[in-house]
Design a protein around this ligand. Sequence first.
Ligand code: NJP
Length: 235
Amino acid sequence: MQKTAIITGASRGIGRAIALELAQQGIYVILIARNSQELTELQTQVEQKGGKADFYALDIAQANEVKSTVEQILDKHSQIDYLINNAGVGSFQEFETFEEAELDRIMNVNIKGTFLLTKELVLHMKSRKQGHIVTIASDVSKRTFPNGSVYCASKYAQDALMSALRKEVRSFGIKVSTIYPGLVDTHFNGNQPGEPDNKNWLKPEDIAQSVSYVLSAPAHVVVDELMIHPLEQDY
Ligand code: NJP
């Protein structure tokens, strides 16, 4: 039976590259983000290459949207094999200049969104006694830096959420893997991909390949954690 993967933050950057990589491997990709135009374009691109894709435009921080979307997905697909928690936002500024609204925005996507979607899928995976949840966290899940307080806190929390979940669901045959990238040349935080200064950063495709590696482990193997950096990044 064809494998299925839900990928959040699929409209651009790392999520888009993961979707293209998994679709190319014959996995049915279910794309989630808010921008329906970018998702439509990606669905078309996947289908033109012979793959299969659906998309759902939603805000993963909204519990009702997540719940009804997962219900629709499970009505259509009797099984979800992989959940790739990739959607994320961040911004960087001096501690005292962070507004409460900005803290809420970052926490709502990185923590609440990851929690909501994973919660719905864990139920499904437990009932099947299999499944694989892969989260794109950050190397700043394990280190901090000036002006990164809120983003680092969100990524530490996201890592902790998955680390505890890993211990809960292992006995159900569910794998939980976390990938910690360094600098990746995407639109993250207003970055413009392709700038000469970023030429040695990781490409979204590098992270897609690491997801592919993690998912391809034999049934008795789980890659719990994977950190990946540009060779030139001093971290
Ligand atoms: O960023 P970007 P990346 N509901 O901005 C989606 C982590 N990371 O690919 O909703 C649903 O190009 C948004 O879609 P849209 C980072 O923390 C990165 O670099 O249509 N989706 C878009 O598809 C994040 O977890 C770097 O605007 C929502 C995607 O998220 C992951 O990598 C380093 C959403 C963001 O695409 C992917 O980021 C690192 C919502 N509420 C970790 N809000 C790096 N780039 O250097 C946003 O250590 N999205």
